[in-house]
Design a protein around this ligand. Structure first.
Ligand code: 28F
Length: 639
């Protein structure tokens, strides 16, 4: 038999081998849309990554060429070109033309066999109009090309090789795919993720396509992460307040490699990302359950043995030990089983026990060797537990019938004598001196006065239990009579006008913002029902002879000055409500016949809430920006 005859014979066999892929591409790559198209890239990239994971490759280049083809190049050992014992043709041709050859012929290491991955590069070949493979190996550069899956340019040497490696370039078949347009962002994201997961490998991505919208081309992005998944954790936690170091734990057991990188942060949420054979397992699986069980167990054991949990204390819950935790769990499994809705859940049951064992051993070791870090972490967990228990206690307290009901009206409330809510008003007044004037000046029949001392509790991020512990807020809640939380009952509201009366200065504005935020967040029906008002005390008192005018604004003052020819001495600027005598306060601000009340809409309260968030929240940057932008508007800073 001549070489040519042998080639013909095997090419027939090859065509039969790949025909089912062209007939039913969806069976092999899921779909023929954009997603399916990208599967071709992942398939070839996965092979290069496998070579890197086996420790033979450091550089991978992914390229989208100007003509729309894609190539992947690695500096690994190069696919062998010698005859494959089982097929009678070269290994490289076998890999490209026999379905599942990559896995079946065993390249060693961890080959992905589940889901849509690891179908083999022969599938890429089957679904491309042309596929070219260049192998640099043992000083020889070899080349082979296929068209529609069948050999086109036979394998042969094309020169010397001054390096080692494999380059696969393919042109996706327009008869198969609905689109041929590779997406820059999709590939870049994948390349970055793979670079994180494969320690020490550099992956470069070139997009050489000309594109009218693109100002610059080619686009080149390079990813290299010395630390592998610990760099991934560093990336995720970049903008978070970190607690302790990034902890890297790894080991191998019964052919299953386990790598875990974790770090605690001040966040409340947890960020868990998991991978099996470098494929993201969005639905989790046995590796994640193994980790979670071990984490809770180890933390509780360490906490008991080292006095972080006393005898009477309950154990940390699973949520307590995961609060604020960023963790990447990556396992390499010889035969992964992918389950679940999107085939992104690892099913291998033996993995659970192995991850549990590896993690508990290594993490126990870490805690023992790093008592200072352990302390930081355990304290964070204690805090999470206390918060959880306090939140539950608060809920119970509020739910318990009549938590506030039995409480007597606060001593500092000067109540009105009317018991008809529709006729009654409550003035929430800042400070005792203003409270005194208001008490004396009011209409005792319909107007109640509640003086609040000092800055009211910052309710940002505040839970019910802490709010109820604040005497000022408790007084307000009891006085209003409608309770709070699940017990809130609008029908029990004791006043149909809740009037916030604060000074016309920065402190007054601050307290007004706090109160509006409180009402907006915890008593929204009061805002929605139009029960909330802001009093409008005058800014100026103007006098001429026995005549007196009040001005609410600078414009109003100027107009009065001009009209009545009032000069300097006869203009008084009120710094606070306390400067007004009771009669003046009644005349200008409280008398329903003459006063102006500003009814607060939901939008007003929402605005207050926003201002409050910016001014009181944890985020420093927006606060700084806000103050810089608004600094010019604050004219009379008393502080
Ligand atoms: C551009 C994509 O596909 N790289 C690859 C290798 C290296 C070997 C290999 C691949 C052997 C028995 C199949 C070399 N030397 N990049 C790639 N690099 N495949 S694919 O072997 C293929 C298997 O059956 C390789 C020694 N052993 C393996």
């Amino acid at each position: 038999m001549t070489a040519d005859q042998k080639y013909d014979a095997s090419s027939i066999q090859v065509l039969e081998g790949l025909e089912p892929v062209r007939k039913r591409p969806g069976m092999y790559i899921g779909s023929t849309d954009e997603r399916g198209l990208h599967h071709l890239v992942w398939e070839v990239l996965d092979n290069a990554i496998d070579e890197a994971m086996a420790g033979h490759c450091e550089q991978i280049i992914v390229k989208i060429h100007e003509d729309g083809s894609c190539s992947v190049s690695d500096d690994g050992r190069g696919i062998p070109v010698e005859k494959h014992p089982q097929t009678g043709i070269s290994t490289v041709e076998t890999v490209l033309t026999v379905l599942h050859a990559g896995g079946k012929f065993g390249g060693g290491g961890y080959k992905v066999s589940g889901g849509l991955h690891g179908v083999g590069v022969s599938v890429v070949n089957a679904l491309s109009t042309r596929t070219e493979v260049t192998v640099d190996r043992e000083g020889v550069k070899s080349f082979v090309a296929f068209e529609g899956g069948a050999p086109a340019d036979p394998l042969g040497p094309i020169g010397d090789a001054d390096r080692q490696g494999t380059i696969v370039r393919f042109w996706p078949d327009p008869k198969i795919f609905e689109t041929l347009d590779f997406d820059f962002g999709t590939i870049k994201k994948r390349v970055r993720q793979q670079a994180y997961l494969t320690k020490g490998v550099t992956i470069t991505f070139h997009d050489e396509r000309k594109n009218e919208e693109k100002e610059f081309f080619p686009q080149v992005t390079q990813f290299y992460f010395e630390g592998g998944i610990s760099s991934f954790v560093r990336h995720i936690n970049e903008d978070r307040d970190q607690i302790g170091p990034i902890i890297m734990l790894e080991d191998e057991m019964s052919d299953i490699a386990v790598e875990i990188a974790m770090q605690y942060t001040q966040e409340f949420r947890e960020s868990v990302s998991s991978f099996a054979n470098n494929i993201q397992t969005a639905e989790g699986g046995t590796h994640v359950t193994g980790f979670a069980a071990a984490l809770t167990r180890v933390m509780n054991k360490y906490a008991r043995e080292n006095g972080f949990l006393k005898e009477k204390d309950p154990n940390f819950s699973s949520e307590d030990v995961r609060e604020g935790l960023t963790v990447i769990i990556s396992v390499k499994v010889p035969e992964p089983q992918f389950e679940g809705q999107t085939k992104s859940k690892l099913g291998n049951s033996n993995v659970r026990g192995i991850v549990d064992k590896v993690f508990s051993e290594k993490f126990t070791e870490f805690l023992a060797e790093n008592p200072n870090d352990a302390k930081l972490i355990l304290n964070k967990c204690s805090l999470a537990t206390r918060a959880r228990l306090a939140a539950r206690a608060a809920r119970d307290t509020v739910i318990r019938k009549g938590a506030l009901e039995g409480m007597t009206l606060p001593g500092k409330l000067s109540d009105c004598s009317s018991k008809i809510p529709a006729d009654s008003e409550i003035f929430i007044v800042e400070g005792d001196s203003a409270g005194g004037s208001a008490k004396q000046g009011r209409d005792r029949f319909t107007q109640a006065i509640l003086p609040l001392r000092g800055k009211i509790l910052n309710t940002e991020n505040c839970r019910l239990d802490r709010m109820l512990a604040n005497t000022e807020i408790k007084a307000l809640i009891v006085a209003m009579g409608a309770a709070i939380g699940e017990e809130f009952n609008l029908e029990k509201l004791r006043y149909h006008k809740i009037v916030i009366m604060t000074d016309a200065d920065v402190d007054g504005a601050h307290i007004r913002t706090l109160l509006l935020t409180l009402l907006y967040r915890h008593f929204r029906p009061l805002v929605e029902g139009g029960f909330v008002y802001v009093a409008q005390p005058p800014l100026y008192k103007l006098a001429k002879g026995k005549k007196i005018w009040y001005a609410m604004s600078d414009e109003e003052k100027d107009a009065i000055v001009t009209e009545h020819e009032i000069k300097g001495d006869n203009i008084q600027r009120y710094k606070g409500l306390g400067e007004m005598n009771p009669d003046q306060l009644w005349d200008t601000t409280m008398n329903p016949e003459t006063r102006t009340l500003l009814q607060i809409s939901v939008a007003d309260a929402e605005r207050a809430d926003h201002v409050f968030k910016v001014l009181m929240g944890d985020e420093v940057l927006p606060r700084r920006r806000f103050i810089q932008t608004h600094a010019a508007e604050v004219k009379d800073l008393d502080i």
